[in-house]
Every structure is written in C-alpha cells, then in structure tokens.
Write a protein that binds this ligand. Structure first.
Ligand code: ZN
Length: 485
C-alpha cells in the first residue's frame, strides 16, 4: 500500500505543464514560415512586365494610350510605384522610347516600349468657288482658288499640282510622308456678260432739217466674241428732213445671247437752209476749184462764147485779180479755202471756220458778193483730215450748215488733179460721168491748162446731147458725199 502511495507521489511530480513547450514550438514555426516567405519573396524578386506590345505604332497627332506595365515584388503589387518616362516628341515623326522604372527595397527594374509615330493621314484639298464665275468659251480657266492642308506639314497649298484636262481642273498634292490627295472641278463654260456697246460722239445730236447726218458710230466689244461691232443693228424712224426728236436704237447680241443696248437722240431743227430745188431736165453744173489762175481768163472766154454759166470755188492764194471777172461773167463764186493748207485748215474746227470766214471776206472785198456757197478742200468725204483732227468733217459739215453755208461736193470727177494730164482724158471722164446722172456736179480745176482746154468740147457735147449748164446757187442739189472722218 505504501509503495503505491509513493508511486503516486512520484507520478504527480512527473506530471509538469506542457504549454510553454507548445508556445515555443509555435513561435519557431512562425519564424520558419516567415523566413521561408522572405526567402520565397526574395527569390521571386522585383517584377516589371509590359502590358501590350513592345513596339507600337502611333498616328501623328493622336494621343498615346499607354497600355502600361505590371509591377510586383513577389506578391506585392507595385504598379502605382512605376515611373514612366515618355520620350514621344509631340511635333515629330519617328521612333521614340517609353521607359518604365521601378525601385523597391534597393532594387531597380525597368522596361522600355518602342513607339513609332507615323503620318498616314492624307492631306486635304479644299476648292474655292466664286459665285457666277464662268469661263468664256475658248478662254483659259481663271483659278477660283484652293487650299491644301496636311495634319503634319500644315499648309501645303504651294505643293499642289494643277492640270487642266478635257474641261476639268485636276489638283494633286502629296505630303512629306507620301500621302496623296486629289480633287477636281469641272470648268463651267459660258458667257453671261453682254458686249460693251459704246456710242461714239454725243448722245444727243442736233441737226438742221435736210442737213447731212452721219452716225458718229459705236464700238462693241464682247468679252468672249471680241469685236462684235459688225453685229450692231441700228433702228429707229429717223427722218433728217423733218423737224422732230428721234431716237436711234443700237443693239448687239453676243454668241451666248447676251444683249447690249444703247440709244441716241437726234433732234432735227427747222432748217436755216433754203429748200433744194431740183432743176428740170438734164443738168450739168461745171465747177472749178483752186483758182483763179492765169488760165481763168481763157476759161471765162469759152464759157462766155457758149453763154454757159459755171461755178468757181476759189482760194485766197490764187490770182485773186480775176475774182471780179468771174462775177462779171455771171458765174457763181464760192468759198474753197483761204490757205488751202490741209494741215492748217483741218487742225481744228475753229481753224477751218476762221479760214472760210477769211475767204468769204476776201471775196466780198474783191467782188462785193457775199457768198454762202462753199466746197471743202478734198470734199466732205476727205480722209486726209483724219491726220490732223479726228472727226472734224463730221462736225464741220454740221457746223457750216448751221452757220448758213451751203457746201457742195461732186458726183462727176474729171480726175484732173490726179492721174489725168490731158484735155482728152478730162473730156472723156466728164462726158462718161455726166451720162450716169440726170444732174451732174462736175469737179475740175482751172489751174490746169489741160482741164481748161477740155471745157469747150465738154460744152459742145453737152449742148448737143440735150444738157443744160447751170451755175450753183444756195438751192441747188449738193451731191453730198458720205463723210469718212
Ligand atoms: Zn482744192
């Protein structure tokens, strides 16, 4: 029994607490786990990997959407610690690098991505259009304007190449990256502009009834057709012998149907001229210019022999001593010119009017006759005056009429002031000419002997053929020429 108790005591002594051992064990395990984890994490290391491709292409001007990286140390996510260095230059094309770096616990990891910035966007061409802009048929197209812009190069309008082909304008431009743009426009052909119709001379012209009227004319130029003066039509009831106010209408239409119009007012005043009296029968008015001369007495004798009265348009530089004889012979005397110098008398309207006024005065002094009969040197149709004063004949014919003169031209020329140098030829020209008219005004010059020598035969032929020879008077037919200046 005692032994048993002793054993029990012994057993009780051996039964000491075990928890301290457990705690220590647990601590050890934790330590081991911790060390193991640290070893594992250290073994896994600092990780940095690219998301997305290593090399990327970026269109110039577009924002770079970075796919980013994954960063970790073991199982620790370090993405927010990554530093990004973006080497992309915003205004250049080329290859750039984006660098990602992370530093953790004294370790560094990095990665790079290559970004190629390219320009694949073509330029744009913008065409300008002018309102109502038409190209005249057959004319070169006038550019209405264009602008070329590129996303990288900017304004490249000056690089645009332009070709006109089959009525179309083709535009082409290439940017510095080789991207091309095209544009085209059809050329709109047409003409919507009427010709430029301009009246020459005054818009309102006043003439005396019965006085000659020569339209000062017009010019008509069309932008497409050029000179269309020949297409101008003139209309309007105009009677130069009846006083009143008349309107002349000028119209011209170009080949595209555009019409221009103009009007001119003609006021016909009551005439200050005696009415023209047509003589009866076949009549010849012999007229002699540029004299008198030393041949004039001989001529006067022939005229007297046949009792034929003629007309002398005299000049101030001639043998004025015979002026009186002309009047004494019963002939008509008229003003030709005082100086008969074309360059002087046709220099201006005033110069001419002064010249004939001086001659009128001279005739009055020598003969006592105040004549209003006159003949323009060279005739009213002369073109030589153009050299000295444009349009002067148009004005002078009106002015002398207004001043009460009666100017006479001729409808039969003897040719004695030209090629003709013999009395035979003068005779032939005159008798050939007078046979074409019921009333003839014959031009001769009594300063040429051969012309004077032809007169007797002309008179003989005329009388034998039923003609009457008359001197001109203010009521005589005037054989006005058409005016050329
Ligand atoms: Zn003359």
């Amino acid at each position: 029994m005692e032994e048993t108790i002793a054993h029990r005591r012994q057993r009780r002594r051996r039964r000491q607490p075990v928890w301290p051992y457990i705690a220590v064990a647990c601590l050890l395990i934790l330590l081991i786990i911790g060390i193991a984890a640290a070893i594992v994490q250290g073994a896994l290391g600092l990780e940095l990997t690219l998301k997305g491709p290593e090399t990327m292409t970026l269109e110039f001007g577009k924002h770079f959407e970075d796919p980013g990286v994954e960063a970790s140390f073991g199982w620790k996510n370090l993405q927010s610690e990554v530093q990004i260095e973006n080497g992309i230059e915003p205004d250049r094309l080329g290859t750039f690098t984006v660098t990602y770096t992370i530093q953790y616990r004294g370790k560094t990891a990095s990665a790079t991505r290559t970004v190629q910035v390219v320009d694949t966007t073509p330029p744009t061409i913008v065409l300008m259009y002018q309102e109502n802009s038409l190209t005249l048929p057959g004319h070169v197209y006038q550019e209405e304007g264009f602008v070329a812009e590129d996303n990288f190069d900017g304004d490249i309008t000056d690089r645009v190449q332009r070709v006109v082909e089959n009525g179309t304008v083709l535009y082409k431009v290439t940017d510095s990256s080789g991207n091309t743009a095209d544009a085209s426009r059809p050329i709109r052909y047409g003409d919507n502009t009427a010709p430029d119709l301009k009246l020459l001379g005054d818009e309102t012209i006043t003439i005396f009834a019965g006085a000659p009227f020569t339209d000062p004319g017009y010019t008509a130029v069309d932008d497409a057709d050029g000179d269309v003066g020949a297409k101008v039509t003139v209309s309007g009831d105009f009677d130069r012998s009846t006083p009143g106010t008349y309107t002349l209408h000028y119209t011209v239409t170009d080949s595209s149907g555009n019409t221009a119009e103009a009007t001119r007012t003609i006021i016909v005043k009551e005439s200050n001229q005696p009415p023209i009296v047509e003589p009866e029968g076949k009549v010849i008015y012999l007229t002699f210019d540029d004299g008198p001369s030393k041949y004039t007495p001989e001529l006067l004798a022939v005229l007297a022999k046949y009792n034929v009265k003629a007309t002398f348009f005299v000049v101030g530089t001639a043998a004025t001593g015979y002026l009186d004889d002309i009047v004494a012979g019963g002939h008509s005397i008229g003003i030709h010119s005082c100086s008969h110098e074309y360059s002087e008398i046709y220099a201006s309207d005033a110069a001419f009017l002064n010249d004939i006024s001086a001659m009128r005065q001279k005739i009055r002094e020598y003969t006592g006759v105040d004549t209003t009969l006159m003949r323009f040197p060279g005739g009213s149709s002369n073109k030589v005056s153009i050299k000295y004063c444009e349009g002067i004949m148009t004005r002078l014919t009106g002015k002398v009429t207004e001043l009460g003169y009666q100017y006479f031209d001729w409808n039969v020329s003897s040719g004695d002031a030209g090629e003709v140098k013999t009395a035979d030829e003068v005779y032939q020209n005159v008798i050939n000419g007078v046979q074409k008219h019921k009333v003839s005004i014959v031009l001769q010059h009594d300063i040429y002997k051969y012309s004077v020598d032809a007169v007797e035969r002309i008179i003989q032929w005329g009388l034998a053929n039923g003609y009457t020879f008359l001197p001109l008077d203010p009521s005589s037919p005037n054989a006005h020429h058409s005016i050329n200046n």
